[in-house]
Design a protein around this ligand. Structure first.
Ligand SMILES: Nc1nc2c(ncn2[C@@H]2O[C@H](COP(=O)(O)OP(=O)(O)OP(=O)(O)O)[C@@H](O)[C@H]2O)c(=O)[nH]1
Length: 653
């Protein structure tokens, strides 16, 4: 009783739903922002948003796997199938989530007032109620998405009109439904806060009129968040009621059970026993919940037992809505009973909201977490295999690069040798190229300049075309730009320049240098150019060494020794080859001092004869021959030939 009084005071202090007095009636504020049901509403929205993200994530994963499907080393067909299966799983969860609601089921004996309690909670007379066995089947009241009221029988899509409770009752009778069948009653959400917040209320036939309790439980109780046992306060808990909840507690772990001792308005007629009766009922109910069913502690059970008058609560709310009521007279203490009814609603809302979030959404969140983790794991595996593949590719790439570098180096060396050999061979036959040039030769200065330039062009073009022919690939490598570019006198062909290794390019550029040629021709083979014309420096070295040897034997007159004759012959030959008579004379003077007069006389005679011969044979043809030989010698591109081939080249010439 003390708890009852405290609860009532608390309600009146405003801890419960907002209630306002209006001309002696109560008005329930329909704004349910502070309702405990909002815990479920907000949680549902949040988890729905999370599943939208999971859905996007899984779909992205599928799209990605389709993109890499061609590469079986990254994702196999089985991987793809596995991840695709998650799309339908997520879709299924979202569908269930959409239908997820808080479900409360009302049970009790016939005529205890189950339908009246539901109507009072819905603030309207929706379900049929009356004396005797009224409810013939299970009736599930839920919010209508279209804001229209209608009903549907089980397995049918046909919308049956429900304009009033009498019509509904009449319709139910007409259809002759089985007690175990279900009728859905859709009622506009905006007319009821409970329906708006996704609460579904299930009415049932009396537990005392059926032997099919197990079937009931299996069909309608397993997903219920809260059970309400509507008992009759005028009697005590019956075995049929207890039996039913014993069955429920064997099938459902820790069911949330509220006990409403209805028809408490009857106590108003016997106020002297009211407290005793209340206490007796309360104790039995606490004992039933905590000791028999073991679904809660005695203290928790006290918070689950209420003494109400559903009929008065419904009347009050019908008046509030200015709906016609048949029995406007309310018994004494109706306000206190009404407050207790409201208190029940508050406790019920808290319980059903928390229970539904825990049982329904916890399960969803577990499944969502698993799906996300499994998809992520599949992607991680793909990532790992892709990284591994990338690493292998990188290694292969590095190996190929090294191979290419090696091949390129070898090819460069081969090309370098080939170019070097070809150049060497072509330079060796340069004199033949010079000889091929047969334009008339004239010794006038201007004609000589012209002849020289033309001969140079002839040599260049001949050499160029032969190199192109023999080194087509090298020529090709030089590119069309280089091939089309104008070649200047002092530069080698562009193609050659591009292909020839760098160390060979510099000497080739020096190819046309011929500074001594003009002096030589002007002086008609005079002394100044002897060393250059004479060829290899070795010859000069020999002369010097001979001179030194001569100094050692100075004053030794008489017939020429074999060695002296040899020397004279070589000297004469040199002179003949060089055409340098003045140089010979100078050398003669030098020899006079070193080898004696006989050698000098003989040498002088030889040179005299040679001079005469030279004078006589110094025709234009001879001059042309000499010119060409000098041209060839001066343009000897020994520097262009690699050092290792110079000896060979010299010998070849
Ligand atoms: N005095 C009084 N009468 C009530 C109360 N609640 C319900 N009744 C009446 O009891 C009768 C049966 O009420 P119902 O709501 O139909 O009871 P029920 O448990 O749904 O009955 P079934 O549907 O047949 O199982 C009706 O005539 C109601 O008006 C109450 O708190 N006080």
């Amino acid at each position: 009783m003390a708890a009852y009084v405290n609860r009532t005071i608390s309600m009146m202090a405003g801890d419960g739903p907002h209630i306002t007095m209006n001309n002696g009636t109560h008005r329930v504020n329909m704004s349910n922002v502070d309702s405990p049901l909002q815990i479920f509403v907000r949680a549902k929205k949040k988890i729905n948003d999370i599943f939208i993200e999971i859905d996007d994530y899984v779909k992205d994963a599928v799209t990605f796997m389709h993109a890499v499907a061609g590469d079986s080393s990254i994702a196999s067909a089985q991987d793809l199938t596995n991840v695709e299966a998650y799309v339908s799983k997520v879709q299924a969860i979202r569908e269930v989530l959409k239908r997820d609601h808080m479900k409360v089921a009302f049970f009790g004996r016939t005529s205890n007032g189950k339908s009246t309690v539901i109507n009072a909670m819905l603030h309207d007379k929706i379900l049929p109620s009356g004396i005797g066995h009224t409810t013939n089947c299970f009736l599930q009241v839920e919010g209508s998405d279209t804001n229209e009221s209608f009903m549907r029988t089980e397995g049918s899509e046909e919308k049956l009109s429900v304009q009033s409770v009498s019509q509904l009752g009449h319709a139910l009778c007409a259809t002759r439904l089985q007690e175990c069948s279900l009728v859905h009653v859709y009622w506009p959400r905006e007319l009821c806060a409970l329906l708006r917040d996704d609460v579904v209320l299930v009415d049932s036939p009396g537990v005392d009129v059926t032997p099919n309790l197990d079937e009931w439980i299996d069909k309608y109780c397993l997903d219920a968040d809260v059970f309400v046992l509507v008992a009759n306060a005028e009697s005590t808990l019956m075995i049929a009621e207890k039996n039913f909840f014993h069955k429920v507690s064997t099938k459902i772990s820790q069911p949330n059970i509220f006990i409403l001792n209805n028809r408490w308005d009857a106590s108003a007629s016997e106020p002297e026993y009211m407290d005793q009766v209340r206490s007796q009922h309360a104790n039995r109910c606490v004992d039933f919940l905590s000791r028999e069913l073991r679904v809660c502690t005695p203290k928790e059970a006290e918070e689950r037992i209420f003494f109400i008058s559903a009929k008065e609560a419904l009347l009050t709310r019908m008046r509030e809505r200015e709906k016609p009521v048949s029995s406007p007279i309310l018994a004494d203490g109706h306000q206190i009973r009404y407050f207790e009814f409201v208190d029940f609603e508050r406790k019920f809302e808290e319980c059903i909201s928390q229970s539904a979030v825990r049982t329904k959404f916890a399960q969803h969140s577990r499944r969502g977490k698993n799906i996300a983790a499994e998809v992520m794991s599949a992607l991680e595996q793909m990532k790992a295999s892709k990284v591994e593949k990338q690493r292998i590719l990188q290694e292969q790439l590095t190996a190929i690069e090294e191979q290419l570098t090696s091949i390129t180096r070898q090819m460069k060396e081969k090309i370098g040798k080939m170019v070097s050999l070809t150049l060497s061979q072509e330079i060796r036959r340069l004199s033949a190229l010079v000889d091929e040039y047969d334009t008339p030769f004239r010794t006038e200065r201007s004609a000589l300049e012209q002849y020289k330039r033309a001969l140079h062009r002839h040599v260049e073009s001949g050499l160029g075309s032969r190199l192109k022919k023999r080194l087509p690939h090298v020529h090709h490598l030089a590119g069309p730009q280089a091939r089309g570019s104008r070649q200047c006198d002092n530069a080698p062909p562009a193609a050659l320049r591009g292909a020839v290794p760098a160390q060979l390019r510099q000497p080739v550029r020096r190819l046309p240098r011929r500074p001594h040629l003009q002096i030589l021709l002007r002086d008609h083979g005079a002394h100044t150019e002897i060393p250059a014309v004479m060829g290899p420096p070795a010859a000069t070295t020999d002369v010097v060494r001979l001179s030194n040897g001569g100094a050692a034997g100075a004053g030794a007159m008489g017939p020429l020794s074999a060695e002296e004759w040899g020397m004279v012959s070589r000297f004469a030959l040199s002179a003949l080859t060089s055409q340098g008579t003045m140089g010979g004379l100078l050398l003669s003077g030098l020899l006079l001092k070193t080898v004696g007069w006989r050698v000098v006389v003989v040498t002088g005679a030889v040179y005299g004869a040679l001079y005469a011969y030279e004078r006589l044979t110094w025709t234009a043809k001879a001059q042309e021959r000499v010119f060409k030989r000098q041209y060839g010698a001066v343009n000897d591109v020994r520097p262009a030939v690699p050092p290792d081939r110079r000896g060979h080249h010299r010998n070849g010439l």
